[in-house]
Ligand binder design. Sequence first.
Ligand code: ZN
Length: 330
Amino acid sequence: MSYTGPDFEPPPSRRFRRGPLTVALAALVPGALLGWAVYAAVGGSGDGEGGGSASAGVSASTSSRAPSSAGASPSGESGVPDGKEPSGSATSGSPSGSASAPPAGSGPLKGKVVVIDPGHNPGNFRHTAEINRQVDIGTNSKECDTTGTSTNDGYAEAKFTLDVAHRMRELLEEQGATVKLTQDADRSFGPCIDERAEIGNKAKADAAVSIHADGSGAGNRGFHVILPGSVRSGAADTRAIVGPSRELGERIAGNFVRVTGNAPSNYVGGGTGLVTRKDLGGLNLSTVPKVFVECGNMRDSKDAALLTSGAWRQKAAQGISEGIVSFLRG
Ligand code: ZN
C-alpha cells in the first residue's frame, strides 16, 4: 500500500550488469549488486518492527526480471518465537574485548558518531502489554516494539542482534568512532521504536543502523538492507535523509556481499539487496541517515546455520561496519 513506484535507479556512473549467479562474489561492488539474477519480489519482509503486513512498501528494481514463478508469498509479521523462551546458543566466537581499540578520539572516524540499534530485546516476550502499546510514527500508529523472530531451534533474533551489535561496536571503535547502542539488554523491554529513532537523532548520529534477522518462509534466503522511503506526515519527515540513507545502504550491501560471500535476498529487493519501506517507525522518525539490515532469514535452515555461527556473525558485523566506514569516509 505504501509502495509508490520504482525505488532503485542505478546511478548512471555505475555499471549495470545482468550477470548470472555465477558472478564471482569477490568481484562485486555495490553497483554490481544489480547484476544478481532477479527473483520474484513480492510481499513484505515482515520485519519485527511490526510492519509485517503484505502492504509493506517492498519494491523491486525497475529492471526486475522474474525468471520463474517461484515468488515468495508474503511472509507477514515476523514470528513470535513460538511462545517458548528462546534457549539461546551459538555464543562461540564472541568479541574478544576492546583491548585493541585505540584511545578514544583517534582513528579515521574520529569525531563520527554511529548509533547501532539492536532490534527487539531479549526481554520483550515477558512484556507483551508494554510492547503492544501503540506509538505514533508520524504516518500512523504501531506497536511500541515486537519480540522478533527466532530460528526453528530457538535462537532468538534479539540475541542475534545484540551479538552483531557488540561485534560492530568493537570494529567501529577501533576506527575511532563514537558508538552508541539503543539498548544493550540493560532494560527489561524495548525501547519503543519511536525512542529508538530518537536516540539516533539526539546523538546527531552520522550514521544509524538497525540490526535484524528476518522471519520469512523456508527457502527464502539472503540479506537485505531496508532504506527509508520519502514520507512527510506528522512527526515523520524523511525527505532529508532518503538520499544519504540510500548511499549508506548501498555501501553496506556491497560490503556485506564482499565480506560474507553471501548473495542478497532471493525473495525481496529484486536481487539488489535493497528494499525501500515507508512503514517502519525507526526509519520514518529518523532525522539522521539510517537503514535496517536484515542479515538473513532465521526460518530457513541454511540461513539459520549461518546466523547461529559466531564466525559468520563476525563476518556480518565486519561487512556492515565496513559499509559504514566507507559511507563516513566518503
Ligand atoms: Zn527484527
